[in-house]
Design a protein around this ligand. Structure first.
Ligand SMILES: N[C@@H](CCC(=O)N[C@@H](CS)C(=O)NCC(=O)O)C(=O)O
Length: 208
């Protein structure tokens, strides 16, 4: 039995969706960031950085969303992560793009929004421009295909869809193209995604 420490709508939602996809036996622990539960003494023992996701299994805890997604997909032989070769390399590349490039680009905006430093508005504008540039890359990738890696959904598409839904929280317009929005519509239509949205009580706002 797994236990997922999550905060509604945050990056941990991608793991929640994957746990549904693979039909895993799991429990959820709401570690709501808005309520400061990620900074509780109990959770800091699991992740001293106070960040979700964390996945507990057999008395051990695993951190870092990209690694958790890869671990679960491999362990449960999920079709959402090809098992070898170029197809796997591409799926990992786009997962890492979401986890290590797009997610930190949004995080930078959120940090700046909370900052009281002089000149923060100019930095926020620049940071949002970078987010928009990354969405242009995604749109380019989707010109002739339905998903990031071709015609099949992979775990990167799920994380991409989760991250996109944060866009309305940034007070600078985030522009996401029609191909990406159509991808989000396909991804959120999956029963596993619908179930996670309902359980976390999150409204999805970015699909076309
Ligand atoms: N690299 C980490 C990033 C995790 C992360 O930034 N999580 C956010 C939610 S999307 C969080 O917990 N933020 C609260 C905080 O940093 O205090 C991962 O992929 O697991």
């Amino acid at each position: 039995m797994y236990k997922l420490y999550y905060s509604p709508g945050s990056c941990s939602m991608a793991i929640h969706v994957l746990l549904n996809e693979i039909g895993a036996d799991f429990q959820l622990e709401n570690t709501a960031i808005r309520e400061g539960k990620n900074k509780s003494e109990a959770f800091l023992k699991i992740n001293p950085r106070g960040q979700v996701p964390a996945l507990a299994e057999d008395g051990k805890a695993m951190l870092e969303g990209g690694a958790i997604l890869t671990y679960l997909a491999d362990k449960h032989s999920s079709h959402l992560l090809p098992s070898e070769g170029w197809a796997r390399a591409q799926a990992l590349q786009w997962l890492m793009f979401c986890n290590s490039t797009l997610h930190p680009a949004y995080s930078r905006c959120f940090w700046l929004m909370r900052s009281e430093e002089p000149g923060k508005d100019a930095f926020l504008k620049k940071s949002a421009e970078w987010v928009n540039r990354l969405w242009q890359d995604v749109e380019h990738q989707l010109q002739n295909q339905l998903y990031l890696c071709g015609e099949e959904c992979t775990i990167g598409d799920i994380l991409l869809t989760v991250i996109a839904n944060w866009s309305g929280n940034i007070p600078v317009p985030i522009t996401i193209g029609p191909k990406a929005r159509a991808l989000f519509a396909r991804v959120i239509a999956r029963p596993a995604y619908q179930k996670a949205l309902a359980t976390e009580q999150v409204e999805y706002k970015m699909a076309s």
